[in-house]
Ligand binder design. Structure first.
Ligand code: ADP
Ligand code: G6P
Length: 472
């Protein structure tokens, strides 16, 4: 059957699935995954799709049936990987080498074994997807765990005579060449991504950095939104990712969430709440946030006993040493600030180092007057959008690191600062806390218009729409 005579199935490939499987008391449980990639895809409305990814742990064959069933409810299916292989691919190469490089961090732990595992996992995904794909299906690959996959897929699909447009989206920054070129095997990874027909980034800056790397290292010709490489033309563009605002509005309206909002307001009566929500990741600048908050309390004693920072740090990548070290550093700083400034009737910060439910997260966003996000680098940062979506009544202020992708789009309505400068952070916080009502409203409206226009459904529709046009 000709591809256009049937509905094209959409195959999504990412390392993380919408559900992550964890081991608990000798059995397994599937819980909603956290992170921007999963949030970005929440608005997908494609009628026929399958989402393939790693379930999060190795699962005994006899237990796979129940996992498969739970995933199937989310249109998802597992690419099972043995424990050592997954460990080397995920913790080793993806999070030990690629993640820091893409975020301009210089401590990179490269070794050949993890690179082998990275290639192996990309091949396993390629084999699985080429089996699943029928001629004419659309394929959308996500993020840095699967940089080689588009190229591997192209070879396999070609050999099977299947014409499937391949899209690729990177959810992190793509760094300037001085950083990127230091990565061993970087050419293979660029070549892998260029196996796609369409490549997407969060911002023009990341797109330009990638294009320039392809020109410099692969001799590709870049012309506007097209890359000419190996006799093929690859489209490249920025696609502004977002959230589903309605999901937040509906949750806020829920009577239980309203009750929780009232309860939190009563508990913190007379205090101004600053909220922070981040995965426990060194790219999020949590030590910088705490240091900036400490300087703020020092410089503005009049705010002591009047302000509280509620920081949620969602546990993340806990098997990686750098993440374990960060957890220790953050706990220590929290202890120091509390020890120095707390009084018998007040604690300056509430530190929650665990995952909270969506309803609780929505309630916390709603009762906060300021949202403080201090990333050293961040591909986009969807927490910024989520905060805005919950602030229709309060018009809270977004205090945002200039090194987030979100700052590119939200600078008009937020207070930007450089997180390495604790004094600058403290000043931005002070400006936010003392801002006039009218100004808060204006800034909120600016942000709201961005967040409600650039939704997750628009992002998915636009990207998949472009991919469809590339069907040959
Ligand atoms: P990153 O992708 O680096 O983690 P983002 O800010 O873009 O950064 O995305 C984080 C996402 O994780 C947000 O959508 C946030 O709501 C979500 N999140 C936070 N806490 C939880 C949780 N307990 N369960 C599921 N998702 C969560
Ligand atoms: C970032 C990455 C995603 C990842 C998420 C959560 O958003 O770009 O690919 O899924 O962090 O991290 P995790 O390691 O738990 O998948």
């Amino acid at each position: 059957m000709a591809p256009d005579a049937r509905t094209q199935k959409l195959i999504i490939a990412s390392n993380r699935l919408p559900l992550s499987v964890k081991r608990k008391d000798g059995t397994y449980e599937a819980i909603p995954s956290s992170g921007g990639l999963v949030t970005a895809l929440k608005g997908l409305k494609y009628s026929d799709y399958l989402w393939l990814g790693w379930p999060g742990v190795d699962i005994d064959e006899r237990d796979r049936g129940s996992v498969d069933k739970a995933l199937a409810k989310e249109n998802a299916a597992a690419v099972y990987l043995d424990e050592n292989l997954a460990q080397s691919h995920y913790n080793g190469f993806s999070n030990g080498v690629l993640w820091p490089t893409l975020h301009y961090q210089s401590e990179v732990l490269f070794d050949n074994e993890t690179w082998e595992a990275y290639q192996r996992v990309n091949k396993i995904f390629a084999d699985r997807i080429s089996e699943e794909a029928a001629d004419g299906d659309l394929i959308w690959v996500h993020d840095y765990h699967l940089l080689l996959l588009p190229g591997l897929l192209r070879e396999r699909l070609h050999a099977q005579n299947k014409r499937c447009p391949i899209g690729y989206f990177l959810h992190t920054p793509f760094p300037a060449d001085d950083f990127w070129r230091g990565l061993p095997f970087q050419k293979q990874m660029l070549d892998g991504v260029l196996g796609s027909d369409l490549v997407g980034f969060h911002t023009d800056e990341y797109k330009a950095n990638f294009s320039s790397a392809c020109g410099t290292h692969l001799g590709a010709e870049v012309e506007g939104g097209k890359i000419h490489y190996n006799g093929r033309i690859i489209s490249i563009d920025k696609y502004v990712v977002g959230i589903e605002c309605q999901r937040f509005a509906n949750t806020i309206d829920h009577p239980e969430v309203q009750a929780r909002i009232q309860e939190l307001e009563t508990q913190h009566k007379g205090k101004t709440i600053i909220i922070g929500v981040d995965r426990m990741d060194y790219t999020k600048g949590l030590p910088e946030k705490l240091e900036g908050f400490r300087v703020f309390l020092e410089q503005h004693p009049e705010w002591r006993e009047k302000v509280v920072l509620i920081q949620i740090a969602i546990p993340s990548r806990e098997d990686v040493k750098k993440y374990q070290d960060l957890e220790g550093e953050v706990s220590k700083l929290v202890g120091q600030i509390t020890g120095k400034y707390a009084t018998p009737i007040w604690t300056p910060l509430l530190y929650i180092h665990r995952s909270v439910s969506f309803a609780e997260l929505t309630a916390l966003y709603s009762v906060s007057d300021v949202c403080l996000l201090t990333s050293r680098r961040d591909g986009m940062n969807l927490v910024a959008s989520e905060y805005v979506a919950c602030q229709e009544a309060r018009h809270g202020v977004l205090v945002l690191s200039e090194f987030t992708g979100a700052a590119t789009f939200m600078q008009q309505g937020s207070l930007l600062f450089n997180p390495s400068n604790a004094n600058g952070l403290s000043d931005a916080l002070y400006d936010a806390l003392t801002m006039e009502k009218e100004d808060r409203k204006k800034m909120h409206e600016e942000l709201r218009s961005f967040v409600t226009t650039n939704t997750s459904s628009k992002w998915t529709e636009t990207f998949v729409g472009e991919l469809k046009k590339l069907q040959k």
